[in-house]
Design a protein around this ligand. Sequence first.
Ligand code: GUN
Length: 306
Amino acid sequence: MGIWLEGRTLAGKIRDGVKEQVEHFRGLTNQVPGLVGILVGENPASKVYLGTKERTSQRLGIHSEILKFPGDIEKASLVEEIEKLNKREDVDGILVQLPLPPSFNPFEIIALISPEKDVDGFHPFSLGSLLWNQDGFKACTPLGIIELLKASNIDILGKRVVIIGRSLIVGKPLAAMMTNEHATVTTCHSKTENLPRVASEADILVAAIGRAAYVTPDFVKPGATVVDVGMNQLKDKNKAKEFFGEDEKREKDLQEKGYTLIGDVDPRVIEKAAHLTPVPRGVGPLTVAMLMRNTLEAFRRRKKFQ
Ligand code: GUN
């Protein structure tokens, strides 16, 4: 039986550190970091994520705004809005919540953000800096995963890391960060042949594909560390019982919300792995904590505060 790796505790410590620094600089300079999130369209999950980012910013003393635009906004207007934010002295971090509506090319839009304000780490300059193993903003979820492994004293150097999923948000930047940490990295995806066999070679297995309970115990080497990045809605009561057993919290979720959250990993993997991150309260809180840290860092660099 493995250990649950709760990201919540570490995320709390990171947020406390950011809050303290924000207060310190406010006392010294009467300025606070500013973060602006951009939402285009009506994606319900994006609204929830941005709401969490805004609330967390406010709790830490970071000034936060969310700019909402209709899904059919003209590209020229969106370009103009981002250019205005690039010029605003009180804005340190700009994030465009993904996915954008299909009419937009996300590469073109993200590339408009000034790299010094790219707190999500998705700008081509930030991603290029990551491949160069140079300082720059790094994507928040992969950064959170690395922080969690380090804080839990789980070695990365020399280990076999298998990442399931090749998204820009998690899989690709995580592969680069793990390579920079001297791991031996394999990225798997929908076209990978014999994926369970590849996964079962991993010392550290990361699932980031968005398929409920896709990773079953037969994907996992005994004693591996398994990181679950998935956030999927499970609506079937019988399935929930099968995955979680008798669980009051899950039953309450199902009754009140009509679903309970499940990751990309079957929770019964805990019986075979050395560590598994829970869903919720695993990797999720770290993503937001890292965004706060990146925003503070952007503020310090722009204002040249040490
Ligand atoms: N969509 C899902 N995760 C993220 C994230 O970390 N940042 C942005 N901008 N969009 C996302």
